[in-house]
Design a protein. Structure first.
Length: 417
């Protein structure tokens, strides 16, 4: 995974003016810690759970990245996601480096008390690595506001000081930013709207097929419909539902909130199908908000969309990049499309350090300004270098990172004679 992600960086290197020795700084993580977290279960048994935290690069500032609890979590996944966060924070113009953390565990098998013990155990295991000026975690898969509240509490006990800026994604009452929950989905739509002129799309409302109806996907769907677009298909792990005139998004959101599936929708004219048929749906934009490696070189030729929006991390495998380019399908890359979450996390971090709370309108304005600026930077580089959007996004991120690294000296500065 990590080597595949780096290949996209190396491709961008060919189109931007950065030296090889600066790029080599980004080849491997600066720091990765692996631990075993003991978890005392409700039945008295003891489990040893594998956990990781990777701080990939801190050239631009303290590292930033979520913590996920999932059976897929492994060392390589954590390092890859930390690399992507490094690129994303740079592209968004934030004073953060990239990090990621996770625990190899299925939270569906844990009680609420067991999950609290695990969450607090994670903070104890990585406490020396964390802090508002060093490494700031946030929610990710199977973690949310409640888990961040537990982490803030545990960190305060260990450090002897209440430090709300040490974590983001907290409940608003504990210093969380208003609008943080919606930020990734809303930011994805802002990015899509901003780069629309660089995509081969109709001028009026778009037909969008959405894979994944979790937090990011659902808020993206709401924002898209409000902006005049149609979600013509949506899927989750249990199936897909389609309606050519647009799905009732609020009805689907209510079903999901009560443990249902998108396939439970009862809307006249709606048709259901297997979940894997979503990516072959005829649409203007295929929005991928679920898993990684959904589009590969093996199925890229079956897509019937004009563009792809990566709301999830690496839903398009690097092996599919060239087939998609040949097919004329542009990709709005993850480091741009899903940057809204970390943008509002930065707003939360700033508020916590100031001891002030911003009104929600100000948070939304900040999100929109950052997303539009990053998207504009990407599309400008696309035109100037005649390159695809993903390569332009990596190139823009690398320019900022390499400028920060070179400010401390390069081989030219230290060469003898």
């Amino acid at each position: 995974m990590l080597s595949d992600a780096r290949q996209r960086m190396y491709r961008a290197e060919d189109y931007v003016n950065v030296s090889d020795d600066l790029v080599h700084y980004l080849d491997y993580p600066a720091e990765t810690l692996a631990v075993s977290i003991p978890l005392r279960c409700d039945d008295g048994s003891l489990k040893q759970l594998k956990a990781w935290r990777c701080r990939y690069n801190s050239a631009l500032g303290p590292t930033k990245g979520g913590i996920r609890f999932h059976p897929s979590v492994c060392l390589e996944e954590v390092q890859t996601l930390a690399f992507l966060m490094t690129m994303k924070c740079s592209l968004m113009g934030l004073p953060f480096g990239g990090a990621k953390g996770g625990v190899h565990v299925d939270t569906k098998e844990l009680s609420a008390l067991e999950k609290e013990r695990l969450t607090r155990g994670y903070v104890r295991a990585f406490a020396r690595q964390l802090g508002p000026d060093r490494d700031i975690p946030a929610p990710d898969v199977a973690t949310g506001e409640r888990e961040m509240a537990w982490m803030v509490s545990e960190y305060a006990e260990l450090s002897g000081a209440i430090s709300p800026a040490a974590f983001t994604g907290k409940p608003v009452v504990l210093g969380g930013a208003k609008g943080r929950t919606q930020a990734t989905g809303r930011g994805a739509l802002i990015a899509l709207q901003q780069v629309r002129g660089s995509l081969d799309l109709p001028d009026d409302g778009l037909d969008i097929a959405l894979q994944g109806f979790g937090n990011a996907g659902s808020w993206f769907a709401r924002a898209a419909v409000k902006a005049g677009h149609r979600i013509v298909a949506a899927s989750d792990s249990r199936g897909m539902v389609r309606h050519d005139d647009g799905l009732d998004i609020e009805a689907i959101a209510n079903l999901k909130a009560n443990g249902g599936s998108v396939t439970d929708l009862r809307q006249d004219g709606a048709e259901t199908a297997a979940a894997d048929q979503l990516i072959t749906t005829d649409c203007d934009v295929l929005a991928l908000a679920a898993l990684g490696d959904v589009v590969t070189d093996e199925n890229a030729g079956t897509l019937a969309c004009k563009a792809i929006l990566e709301i999830a991390n690496m839903p398009v495998a690097p092996s599919a990049d060239e087939p998609l380019r040949q097919a004329g399908i542009e990709v709005v890359p993850d480091i741009l499309a899903n940057g809204g979450g970390v943008v509002v996390s930065h707003a939360e971090w700033v508020q916590n350090r100031q001891g002030l709370g911003w009104p929600e309108d100000r948070v939304h304005d900040y999100l929109e300004d950052r997303m539009k600026a990053a998207a504009s930077e990407v599309t400008t580089l696309m035109r100037e270098r005649d390159i695809d959007m993903r390569t332009a996004a990596y190139g823009a991120a690398m320019i900022r990172l390499c400028n920060a690294i070179s400010s401390k000296g390069t081989s030219e500065d230290f060469r003898n004679g």
